[in-house]
Write a protein that binds this ligand. Structure first.
Ligand code: HEM
Length: 453
């Protein structure tokens, strides 16, 4: 079977075309589901398998996880991102993941809620009634502010990193998305695009490095991700080195900005397209928040919002392609996978399979509300992956996206300018060119909605 990203020549040709064509990659993944649970293919010269069955995907990610390492896509990000937990393997991955995990558990993330609220206030303070914004870009700025505040909470630190990150993040993430699929030679040519990408990459690392040095010199402790990385020790009493911390910060930026901003961009586009959903959302946030900020105490009183975000994560899961590489022989059903074989699978395509979700592309939060629809089979909803390499930021993203949507929806509605948002599948499946008109809501009243649709 020919795969649209097999072989560097075809990949290059693929990239030369439009973003519209890029979306075909997800179409391909969805279409290929009809070819069976496991589809053999070639990836360049390597034997590869497209795995469509959620049970086999679970075997790869959970039961037999030790027989696989990350696949080509993630390994190709290493020269640009470093060796953070998204690409490291074995003992290094285990040690750093264990050290970082507590900063991403529920209790820690609840402490970041005021920072998410503050970031929304900063970004929306630049909006005015009736203005046109590029929603995808604004939400990427919001993601940058939220994450830098959670990482560096000392006065000035988050702001400085946010300024640098805002300038380079789009170019950096998009550049990596392109470089994953391009032949190495092309990425090393001294073209203006390559030079700009390299400048952005350096700026992000340099700024992070100097903030870490400043934090070390000040000796101050803050309740944030950086202080924990600097302070906490591995079981053998050693700590992460500054180089490792820079790698981890850049990794978090790569993994935690575009993913959330894209999901929330899609959410606002769907809210605009579905007035009944907008009404339910507004009614809920007005009744619960009554104009007050989202807090750890009230966030779980928003069940419609939770169901809506779950559904958006299903249809718009950014991780349209994930990969693994076998390091030991493994039997997947009847098929023997040999060391070196590549495994490809798509959570987004699984989520869009009508066998698991009738009318799969339709956003229907009621699928998730208690008593309405039977919960899906294991592994059919896995936007954050599964097993030991599951997203470390899943709880972070889950809270962050709900805080943003509730905070924005209680004060603003966003409306399409008429040009449809585009979806592109490069490093992630993401919303682009989402021009939207901002409208201030009239004062929300407790228990009564004031929808603007
Ligand atoms: C809606 C938002 C997000 C989605 C859908 C998402 C999805 C994923 C998925 C599917 C993986 C596993 C990849 C694999 O198995 O190959 C992953 C890994 C990871 N994610 Fe996320 N992610 C999101 C947000 C975040 C955020 C906010 C952060 C950090 C603040 C983050 C940090 C990471 C890291 C560091 C890893 C690597 C974990 C490891 O290998 O141990 N992600 N993400």
């Amino acid at each position: 079977m020919n795969c649209p990203f097999s072989g560097s020549a075809s990949t290059l040709a693929m990239y030369g075309r439009t973003a519209q064509l890029a979306v075909k990659r997800l179409d391909y993944m969805q279409e290929a589901r009809k070819s069976g649970a496991l589809v053999p293919m070639k990836l360049g010269t390597k034997d590869a398998y497209l795995v469509n069955d959620p049970g086999l995907i679970r075997q790869i990610l959970v039961t037999d996880a030790d027989k696989f390492v990350k696949g080509t896509i993630i390994l190709r990000t290493r020269p640009y991102v470093g060796d953070g937990i998204i690409s490291s393997e074995g003992e290094k991955h285990k040690r750093n993941r264990r050290l970082m995990q507590p900063m991403f558990n529920r209790l820690s993330v609840e402490r970041y809620i005021p920072k998410f609220v503050e970031a929304v206030a900063e970004i929306t303070s630049g909006w005015s009634d009736g203005a046109t914004i590029e929603a995808d870009k604004e939400l990427t700025r919001l993601a940058t502010h939220s994450l830098t505040k959670a990482m560096f909470s000392d006065p000035g630190g988050a702001r400085e990193l946010a300024v640098v990150t805002e300038e380079v993040i789009d170019r950096f993430i998009a550049g990596i998305g392109v470089r994953i699929f391009l032949p190495d030679l092309i990425t090393r040519l001294p073209t203006p695009g390559n030079k700009k990408f390299e400048e952005g990459r350096r700026a992000l690392r340099d700024e992070t490095w100097s903030l870490i040095q400043r934090r070390r010199e000040s000796g101050g402790y803050y309740d944030d991700i950086i202080s924990t990385m600097l302070r906490d020790q591995h079981p053998d009493g050693t700590s992460m080195t500054d180089d490792e911390i820079v790698d981890e910060v850049v990794t978090l930026m790569l993994a935690g900005v575009e993913t959330v901003s894209s999901v929330v961009t899609a959410a606002f586009s769907e809210i605009d397209r579905n007035p009944d959903m907008a009404e339910r959302l507004h009614q809920e946030v007005d009744a619960v928040l009554n104009g007050a900020p989202v807090t750890a105490e009230n966030i779980d009183d928003l069940p419609f919002l939770a169901a809506f975000v779950t559904e958006i994560l299903r249809v718009y899961a950014p991780t349209w392609i994930l990969m693994r590489n076998a390091v030991e022989p493994v039997d997947l059903g009847e098929t023997r996978i040999n060391p070196g074989n590549e495994i490809i699978f798509s959570p987004t395509a699984v989520h869009r399979d009508p066998a698991f979700y009738p009318d799969p592309i339709r956003i229907n939060p009621d699928r998730w509300l208690p008593g309405e629809v039977v919960q899906p089979r294991d592994g059919t909803w896995a936007p954050f992956g599964q097993g030991k390499r599951k997203c470390i930021g899943d709880t972070f993203a889950w809270y962050e996206s709900r805080v943003w949507i509730a905070s924005i929806a209680s004060r603003w509605t966003l409306h399409s300018t008429g040009k449809p948002m585009e979806m592109s599948a490069a490093g992630t499946y993401r919303a682009t060119k989402a021009s939207m008109i901002t409208k201030k809501r009239s004062k929300a009243r407790k228990g009564k909605s004031s929808p603007q649709h």
